[in-house]
Ligand binder design. Structure first.
Ligand code: 8YV
Length: 324
């Protein structure tokens, strides 16, 4: 008999067919307590789960005693209690490589859009405000040759450094847990401590996962160390920034602008003060959201689940210690 799995995300037809050729698939809309209650038998039998963005913690795992693998359609896994999974011998699989270039493109989009005031300008054109040759009240600031600081030199940070170095002739500073030889050799990136990065960068770009260590890593104290002309970019996870402190810094004008793809609460509440600020570009968590990349992420997640449940994992496992 095929192993049973729960799918809690829509998949393209061909990928669903592939998943169904290996498993008995129960498709659900989410992993909420109500859904779990209504589908108790499916959870009791499930050996695998596949989806994204839902919380997977001890309370959920108690309903799924046979679970052996969880496969997320994302690189980030802060919504999983990894310790609880590991304690139960459940492999957590993610999609770290297929989205790298697309997320780096999103970060560069935010750099350009904030510096050149592209969204604001486009809105003013639509509002009929473009009535003649534009003056300084429409001008932005240059991106090329400015200093780009990267927090977190993982795959995405490296892809951003590549764009900034070769495409925009930008000096690169970075702060990470360890030195990154490739970034230094290929893109002339200079390792520095957080305070130096904040003080010297024209763009401070956050490409960090959310962990206990990175939660509110950028708060009032750190924002105060940035140049008044500097722009803060975040395409990692919202809670890495203390959003209240960011709003205060923007309101006080102690930093120039912010480009944000992620927020402390998503979707961003419509009454967020961030939405009233012309110098904030707020995107709806589009980091990896292209047709190509979302397809590739889903395909990777399907392959990851098949590998995990057939005992053939070669990559993409967050807690490989559970694999025997
Ligand atoms: C996805 C992401 O938007 O991979 C991640 O960690 O944040 C995004 O690429 C999200 O998880 C939905 O699939």
């Amino acid at each position: 008999m095929k192993p049973s799995v729960i799918l809690y995300k829509k998949l393209p037809d061909d990928l669903l067919t592939r998943l169904e050729s290996h498993f008995n698939v129960t498709q659900l809309s989410d992993l909420s307590p109500e859904t779990v209650k209504q589908n108790a038998e499916a959870f009791a039998n499930a050996q695998g789960i596949l989806g994204s963005s839902e919380k997977v913690d001890e309370a959920l795992l108690e309903h799924a005693p046979k679970l052996r693998a969880a496969s997320t359609v994302s690189v980030g896994y802060d919504n999983f209690d990894v310790d609880a999974l590991t304690a139960r011998g459940i492999a957590l699989m993610h999609t770290p490589t297929v989205l790298t270039e697309t997320v780096a493109d999103t970060m560069m989009t935010l750099v350009l859009a904030t510096a050149r005031r592209a969204v604001e300008g486009a809105e003013r054109v639509k509002a009929g405000e473009w009535k003649g040759s534009i003056g300084p009240d429409w001008f932005g600031i240059d991106v090329h040759h400015k200093t780009l600081g990267i927090l977190g030199m993982g795959r995405i940070g490296l892809a951003l450094a590549q764009r900034a170095h070769f495409g925009f002739s930008m000096p690169i500073l970075y702060n990470a847990r360890r030195h990154h030889k490739e970034a230094e050799e290929r893109f002339d990136a200079r390792y520095c401590d957080l305070d130096t990065l904040l003080a010297e960068s024209d763009f401070v770009c956050i490409s960090l996962p959310l962990t206990e260590e990175t939660h509110h890593m950028i708060g009032a104290e750190q924002l105060a160390k940035m140049k008044p002309s500097a722009i803060l970019i975040n395409a990692g996870r919202g809670p890495v920034i203390d959003e209240k402190a960011l709003i205060q810094a923007l309101q006080a004008g102690t930093i120039h602008a912010a480009g944000l793809d992620v927020f402390e609460q998503e979707p961003l509440p419509v009454d967020s003060p961030l939405l009233e600020m012309p110098n904030v570009v707020a995107l709806p968590h589009i980091g990896s959201a292209t047709h190509e990349t979302r397809y590739n992420m889903a395909a990777c997640a399907v392959d990851n689940l098949i590998a995990a449940l057939t005992g053939d994992v070669k990559e993409n496992c967050v807690n490989p210690q559970v694999l025997k």
